[in-house]
Ligand binder design. Structure first.
Ligand code: SAH
Length: 244
């Protein structure tokens, strides 16, 4: 049996990378596309990320301040690179499987002092980051395109790719609505873009399976309620102390 296959019947078994790429390739390289038709949430999203990051650093100050090397994974057209990561980094690498989006990142007006470094045109399931290179690996709205197994394997590679002891892996992702909101508490497959929106609990299990500790877990606040968006969570992850 192919061990990378998800168990039959689990929502992630339906994931097809080809379908996700076809979906995204049919969309123009705009912020509107990146945000599923809600460009107005971009500002709140970027501010929420900046506040989350600032709080994290206040609570866990780096042992030795140094120029930051970050990577924006599933970067799309570089919205997060331009509006946030370039502000806190000296170099931001980019990983994005849709070539037209990846190209667009180079045309963005970066708000911060940072510059774009290497651009990897591939899915994160196929990307092996360089050992010990990154201070920050930012994954926003892209982990939902991977099966559980691929996601665990990917996060293990990220674990090896962050600088010790100060590096961070951040996942900012949709989660299914809470069981208290009448949701059935299960992962949900979306056939439009071939993605799986996971429960908070499932994501926590995946992070632990990858040998990561969950240092912070917060809900992004301030998105208009009327849009009916999935709750978006920000997770700050670090290697478990005993995982070398
Ligand atoms: N993170 C960006 C883009 C989000 S849209 C932002 O917040 O603005 C989702 C992006 O994930 C798209 O650019 C899509 O091409 C990309 N994507 C799809 N499958 C992926 C995969 N397997 N690995 C990495 N990125 C993927």
């Amino acid at each position: 049996m192919d061990s990378t296959r998800a168990p039959a019947g689990s929502p992630d078994a339906q994931i097809s990378p080809g379908k996700s790429i076809a979906y995204w390739s049919s969309h123009p390289p705009t912020v509107n596309s990146m945000l599923g038709g809600y460009p107005q949430i971009s500002r709140t999203d970027l501010r929420g990320s900046a506040a989350f990051w600032a709080k994290l650093l206040r609570q866990h100050p780096p042992s030795a301040p140094s120029p930051m090397i970050s990577v924006d994974c599933g970067a799309g057209i570089g919205r997060v690179t331009a509006g946030f990561l370039s502000d806190i980094s000296s170099i931001v690498d980019v990983v994005e499987p849709v070539e037209s989006f990846a190209k667009e990142t180079g045309k963005q007006k970066l708000e911060g002092q940072g510059t774009i470094g290497e651009v990897f045109v591939k899915g994160i399931e196929d990307w092996t980051p360089e050992m010990g290179k990154y201070d920050l690996i930012w994954n926003q709205w892209c982990t939902l395109y991977l099966t559980d197994k691929h996601l665990v394997d990917y996060l293990k590679r990220c674990r090896d790719a962050i600088k010790r002891p100060d590096g961070w892996i951040i996942v900012k992702e949709n989660t299914t609505k809470d069981i208290r909101d009448g949701h059935d508490g299960k992962d949900v497959y979306d056939e439009d873009d071939s993605s799986v929106t996971r429960t908070n609990e499932k994501l926590l299990d995946i992070f632990r399976d990858a040998g990561l500790t969950i240092v912070a877990n917060e809900i992004q606040k301030g998105f208009p309620k009327g849009l009916g968006l999935y709750p978006v969570r920000m997770y700050a992850l670090r290697p478990e102390a005993n995982k070398k």
